[in-house]
Design a protein around this ligand. Sequence first.
Ligand code: SAM
Length: 659
Amino acid sequence: MIKQEPDKKLIEKIILLFNEKKYLEALDLSDNIIHEYPDSILINNISGVIHTELKNYNLAKNLFIKVTNLNPKYNDGYYNLANIYNKLGEEDNAIKNYEKVIELDKSYYKAYNNLGNIFRKRNLNKKALEYYILTLNINPNYIRGFYNLAGVLQHFILNEKNKYINRFFLYLLEKKIIVRPNAIATNIINGLFLNTNLKDSFSLIENNNYPKNLNKIIEGLNKNKLLLQFMKVCPIPNYYFEKNFIKIRNEILNEIYNLNFKKIYLKFLISLSSQCFINEYVYYETDDEEFKVNKINERIKNNINKKEINDLEILILSCYSPLYSFDWCKKINPSNELKEIFILQYRNHNKEKKYIQKIKSISEINDKISIKVKNQYEENPYPRWTNLGLSIEPRITKEVIEDINLNVDLKKLNFSKNAEILIAGCGTGQHAITTASKYKNAEIFALDLSFNSLAYAKRKAKELNCDNIKFIQGDLLDLRKFDRKFDIIESVGVLHHMADPLLGWECLTDCLKKDALMLIGLYSEKARENIANIREKINSLRIKTTKKNIINFRKDIFENNTAKWDSIKYSPDFYSTSGVRDLLFHVQEHRFTIKKIRSHMNKLGLFFLGFEDTYVLDRFKRKYNQTNDLYNLDKWEEFEKNNSRIFSGMYQFWCKKID
Ligand SMILES: C[S@@+](CC[C@H](N)C(=O)[O-])C[C@H]1O[C@@H](n2cnc3c(N)ncnc32)[C@H](O)[C@@H]1O
């Protein structure tokens, strides 16, 4: 009988070449073997996979069709064929083949995942969500599935009960690098109300039967693992939560020396204290609370050497002010329970102070506005973040850029092997660390005016083992002194805070290498209309920028229910002190129109390569279907006219020097 399949060793040899990315050698070998074993399922399948890698999609398709004909029960064959159809844009055929895979093997999680991707592309987000949940129920360790789930949750509002989703939310919040919690916060809030008894706990808080009900309330809240974790990772952008947390904080403060079940309070207070710390104590506080907090502070101060201090009093204080602000803190040897809060509110702060000593400066800051801006961010580094969304793996520069689909012929561009990338105005590092995770072998330079922001960034970079970023202090106006050119420059949310954004942009342009690309993020006049009105009001009332005024102003907005300012309550920035300051009290803010951007680019000899935000791009593509439209600023102007909030996340676009 003729052997159908070649020797195992030959197959292993091809796989080895494939894994070493020697695709052409692998193909030569597999072509030779196919000659001898034309009906080998394995070798036809492998050959298809190699052709897929070489982007010979039609050849690959024919091979996979052959494989499935040779063995109609071979699910890998259907899976590979489905992937090819997907790449060729034949989505209906892809769906059919993924479904065939699932029919043959109900646990083939990648088929569910890829179906989810197709539905997401078709804007069938609810269906996509169902498929990602199916994927993760089969394989709860499939990281790509979590990334996809996080992606779909950013553009879909959960409005039905779902018994699985909270478990996955919890996972997303516990992992530090899959998604920014803010991006999925609305859905987590929905998930908490739909799938847990949070409403009951909150109504007990509101019903005001204290202190009788206090234990019961705290026990109820403690059962809600998702809530406790959520409180630790981002300012919860919802006033209903805020009101209840303010109330419960006050009640615990009142009862702090009468609490019976210490353990349950410890657990809850750790989350509440984290929440207050990460929102930078933006919650309103009464005079009575201030008085009581001072008294506890005095008591601790006077008893610090007698070891008569209990964890609860320290914790409740840390719900009103950060531990580093209390002088006695350095004398405390924290218990195991307190350690988490000590690290968050005391040790991290000390670490950052040490890092500041090591950060090098390129210049003294002389520009008047830069000095003011620096002071703002020294007092309130922004944004203060815990988790973020990093790339699963870094890739070479060209591959990363190829994915953004810019109006540029990549074949003609030369990037250095170790791309040098400048993040101008890196703030607290979220942007720089995200970029560092995308590009293989890149050297990242992260510049900012504010030492405190840079120190925060450096601490977070170390925490995430991100070691290819150099943090530098200085004004981007002085970049000349740094004497370097870059392959990529990214500056998002920075130029509009300068006295003369065009001058700032020019300084960046001067630092571009010949083929270099630049990503710029600027405020949109149209999208920020409402914010501009509130800023005007603040100016007309001559409200000085103090923490107290910020807190009172927020209270006013919440309590007076001015409908015309309502949209501000939906901004996540409205729920932290640095956020409100950045949003409404900034010392310097310019806003742009597409016309103005175009005129600036003309002056600088730059041309437009395309917008960055995939959500914005998807919305645009639903209306304009010609590829060229994507790069036509007239079309974008028209689009923004009809979608005034579309650039609420800023105009973020790529550009390049005209050759
Ligand atoms: C709104 S934050 C944005 C931070 C960061 N790009 C991000 O997206 O997370 C603006 C940052 O730009 C920095 N910045 C403003 N003007 C600058 C200048 N002239 N030179 C360097 N950094 C500047 C500020 O210190 C601040 O940290």
